[in-house]
Design a protein around this ligand. Structure first.
Ligand code: ADP
Length: 216
């Protein structure tokens, strides 16, 4: 099993790299952010409860996150590897996950810290667009989009996230620095931490991740 998590600021590219890993290695993927956005889109009880919080860039309650995550993990059978994207975001979440899954097939094997500076991260977040049909992620500053507002891969409509604005980004970045960044130390002590630079070449970043999980 090659289970992977990322420590990465918003915009560092964990969603993009997760998609690439899924495609090439057939790994299973769960994104806590996507699970929450699904709840919001479906206007479920949870969705309605967390909608404003997400827009403001604040974190969702741990019990909600763990319920959603556990429901998803049990669906993965005979996995080659699981990418958990957007989680853990705090020391409490990391500890609780290790308590629950530290001895199981879901335990974390690789922690990939994607290093990016705040200015670059903000540019990426403000330029981000996601296909509402197939989930492909684009950036209007870096990717050539063949037809305005349409996905290159499937023609679906490209949409921006409600929290991809400057104010929410700044909040999320600070929550990241305060709550998530300290996890580097936690995983360093477990000998699971690998650091890569978030260059603007997503193939290059992918190559670095492949090197890590293939032990090169
Ligand atoms: P990004 O990394 O670009 O901020 P995500 O899609 O990972 O985006 O998350 C979007 C939002 O969902 C976060 O700002 C937060 O409100 C919520 N969220 C996602 N994962 C978690 C988590 N593990 N714990 C608490 N809140 C979360």
């Amino acid at each position: 099993m090659k289970n992977i998590i990322f420590i990465a600021a918003p915009g560092a590219g964990k969603g993009t790299q997760s998609q690439m890993l899924q495609e090439k290695y057939g790994f299973d993927h769960v994104s806590t952010g996507d699970l929450i956005r699904e709840e919001i889109a479906n206007e479920t009880e949870i969705g309605l409860k967390v909608k404003d919080l997400i827009r403001q860039g604040l974190l969702v309650n741990d019990d909600i996150i763990f319920d959603m995550l556990k429901n998803k993990l049990v669906q993965f059978k005979e996995s080659k590897g699981i990418i958990i994207d957007g989680f853990p975001r705090t020391k409490e979440q990391a500890l609780r996950f290790d308590e629950l899954f530290g001895q199981s097939d879901n335990k974390i094997d690789y922690v990939i810290y994607i290093d990016i500076d705040q200015v670059e991260a903000m540019k990426r977040v403000l330029g981000r667009m996601t296909c509402s049909a197939c989930g492909s992620i684009y950036n209007e500053y870096y990717d050539s989009i063949h037809e305005m507002g349409k996905c290159n891969a499937c023609g679906g409509e490209l949409k921006r996230r409600s929290d991809d604005n400057e104010e929410s980004f700044n909040k999320r970045f600070h929550v990241y620095l305060d709550e998530t960044y300290p996890l580097i130390d936690y995983y360093k002590k477990q000998n699971k931490l690998y650091t890569i630079q978030a260059t603007n070449d997503k193939e290059e970043v992918f190559h670095a991740i492949e090197g890590i999980i293939n032990g090169e």
